[in-house]
Design a protein around this ligand. Structure first.
Ligand code: TPP
Ligand code: MG
Length: 272
């Protein structure tokens, strides 16, 4: 990508990081860690890669995104509001009673959300189903799915992976946001999912490993994924949980916790 686009994406991601921390702080609840780790991937997909129209999202001419790690709504809502699906002011209603912007994304209530997620493991098989549907309909658009590394402990992930390999779903491009942490600490200690590369390869996937905070790395990987025929693509994106806020980085305690007043000030300063 050219320098202008690289700068545009970097600036957007920085603004989204501030919005993520603001949303969680204001609501005094939510998931900052996994939102900050995935925001560069989402920024790239929404603002460089995907054909993602505001209207007629039910037809087969649009790319689709399945945020299987549905708890990363602060990142998701920051992108969707920027796209124009709803107003920036609506972000102030994040996790409020009666608000449409709940802690997990509901497709019935949130414009731009293609599928409800939040129960870990459930989004990915739906992405596989969508990709199969797009194939049957001969659509040339793509389905993107985003999984957490802890989420890969769910059994249904592997059933879905097997189906996608079997049906040769080369219109499915998935990412694992590999930040090494889940709710209780190290994924490796809670229940090791490594080696993910070999596992997905064994399920007939094309697999790449990249730096999930490097836009050019992401671009190259998506390009290669799109060129790969006859198999789905998995991109293992090495990321840092809490990326951009020093005391949240690699700190599982900020998986699902809001910063206090003092921490909020520090975070805003670091993200300015
Ligand atoms: C089926 C299910 N079990 C438990 C939870 C609670 N939960 C939400 S996030 C999370 C940890 C997920 O870890 P990971 O997939 O690595 O996410 P990330 O690090 O990207 O935030 C858990 C256990 C859930 N949402 N769904
Ligand atoms: Mg994780």
């Amino acid at each position: 990508m050219d320098k202008e686009n690289l700068k545009r994406l970097k600036d957007l991601a920085k603004k989204f990081r501030r919005e993520i921390v603001e949303m969680v702080y204001r609501a005094n609840s939510g998931h900052p860690g996994g939102s900050l780790s995935v925001i560069d991937i989402l920024t790239y997909l929404f603002f460089y890669e995907m054909e993602y129209p505001l209207e007629n999202r039910d037809n087969f001419n649009s790319d689709r995104l399945v945020l299987s790690k549905g708890h990363a709504t602060p990142a998701y809502y920051a992108c969707l509001s920027e796209k124009g699906f709803f107003k920036k002011e609506d972000l102030e209603k994040f996790r409020q009673v009666d608000s449409f912007l709940q802690g997990h994304p509901e497709n019935e209530f949130v414009p731009g959300v293609d599928i409800t997620t939040g129960s870990l493991g459930q989004g990915f098989p739906q992405a596989v189903g969508m990709a199969l549907g797009y194939k049957l309909d001969k659509s040339d658009r793509f389905i993107f799915a985003i999984l957490g590394d802890g989420e890969c402990q769910e059994g249904i992930i592997w059933e879905a992976a097997m189906a996608a390999g079997h049906y040769k779903l080369d219109n499915l491009i998935a990412f694992v946001d590999f930040n090494g942490l889940q709710i209780d600490g190290d994924v490796e200690k809670v229940m090791n999912v490594k080696p993910l590369e070999e596992k997905f390869k064994a399920f007939n996937w094309h697999v790449q490993t990249i730096d999930g905070h490097d836009f050019e790395d992401i671009e190259n990987a998506v390009k290669k994924a799109k060129e790969t025929k006859g198999m789905p693509s998995m991109i293992i994106a090495k990321t840092i949980k809490g990326k951009g806020v020093s005391f949240m980085e690699n700190n599982y305690k900020f998986h699902g916790k809001a910063p206090n007043d003092e921490e909020f000030k520090i975070a805003m300063k670091e993200l300015s």
